[in-house]
Design a protein around this ligand. Structure first.
Ligand code: FUB
Length: 346
């Protein structure tokens, strides 16, 4: 353990630092933590693929735990959840599930999202399926609490590589589920790498209702996120910057959940030190927020990298016509007054 400077010690008295220093199974502590409200927001572990859920006056933030060492690409053996009621101080609740808790899965706690429905919490998560349907697959797990533990709700994958999407572009196209309950009560699942698949869910939340179809989106790579503001639907996703060959965040809008979608441009550029970037969008206490990851955190002597990412948070601003303002993603936006932040957007 390092000694802290006086300034660091004072900063660590802030709520965020206290939360960041709370012990979790399998997670070592950050040796110094930034003050509450600065990016990255999660500093006690490397985390990726943020999926926020608003429930009962709190935001629950589901992430994958990045555990890669050295040059390893991805090593993700569990999903974690944090919560906050002020978007500055994040309380860690620890691991909620491992891929191998799905008996048919063998590894890879890739992107997930949780939704509240039927009085329960449903986690949709991408994992590697065992040899009976080799490739990436999507499982659904259920819990009585937003902080888990979650258990497999079906005993089989909800989306399987050969079974559900036999015409997918490759064996890892079934990843990155986003789940969205529409105002008419229907629930939709959108997912995919290389192709953006979508399907309706049955009211029981654990079966598809009808066929799997595909959205056509420019430069689409992965990481879709669905949200609605007023009557307008937004589909935000990781797109490819063709020059840098790294991911950026783009979005499209539609008047109906099934499309057609109109491409509206980029929300962010590429993420520092990370090939991937992954969106999560919510409205909380009358303010819209944009979660994403980059890889600027150094923890326990290991520097950020594509397999050691850190979750960050910015305000999300709309123009009067409903389009989203491009974010320069400077650190620290979340604790600044709204009006001052505007100067950071171009
Ligand atoms: O975290 C593993 C994978 O990297 C996710 O499933 C993708 O969205 C990308 O962030």
């Amino acid at each position: 353990m390092k000694f802290h400077t006086r300034r660091q010690s004072l900063a660590m008295l802030g709520g965020g630092a206290i939360a960041a220093a709370v012990s979790q199974a399998g997670i070592t502590h950050a040796e110094t933590a930034p003050p509450a409200g600065t990016n990255p927001i999660i500093t006690n572990a490397f985390t990726a693929d943020p999926a926020p859920l608003v429930y009962d006056g709190r935001v629950y933030l589901y992430v994958g735990h990045d555990e890669a060492h050295g040059d390893q690409l991805f090593n993700m053996t569990e999903w974690l959840v944090y919560s906050s009621d002020d978007m500055k101080t994040w309380t860690p609740h620890g691991p909620i599930m491992k891929p191998t808790d799905f008996k048919w899965a063998v590894r890879d706690a890739w992107a997930s999202q949780v939704i509240h429905a039927n009085g329960k919490f449903y986690l949709y998560a991408a994992v590697e399926h065992d040899d009976s349907d080799k490739g990436k697959a999507i499982g659904v797990a259920v819990s009585d609490s937003p902080t888990g533990p979650f258990v497999d709700a079906r005993g089989t994958a909800l989306i399987g590589n050969n079974r559900t999407t036999p015409n997918g572009p490759h064996s890892w196209d079934d990843i990155d589920p986003t789940v969205f309950k529409d105002t008419d009560g229907t629930t939709w699942l959108v997912w995919g790498n290389g192709k953006c698949h979508f399907a309706k869910l049955k009211a029981n939340m654990i079966e598809l209702d009808g066929e799997v179809r595909t959205f056509d989106l420019p430069d689409y790579v992965e990481g879709p996120w669905l949200h609605k503001r007023g009557a307008l639907y937004y589909l935000t996703y990781a797109s490819m910057d063709k020059e840098k060959r790294m991911e950026t965040i783009a979005y499209a809008t539609s008047n109906t959940i099934t499309g057609p979608w109109t491409y509206r441009g980029l929300i962010t550029g590429t993420a520092e030190n990370s090939f991937t970037i992954h969106p999560g969008i919510i409205e909380f206490k009358d303010q819209w927020y944009f979660f994403y990851h980059k890889a600027t955190l150094t923890l326990n002597g290991e520097a950020g990298a594509t397999g050691r990412r850190c979750v960050c948070l910015d305000y999300l601003y709309y123009n009067p016509d409903g389009t989203i303002q491009f974010s320069s993603r400077r650190p620290g936006l979340v604790c600044r007054p709204k009006r001052l932040d505007r100067r950071f957007f171009s």
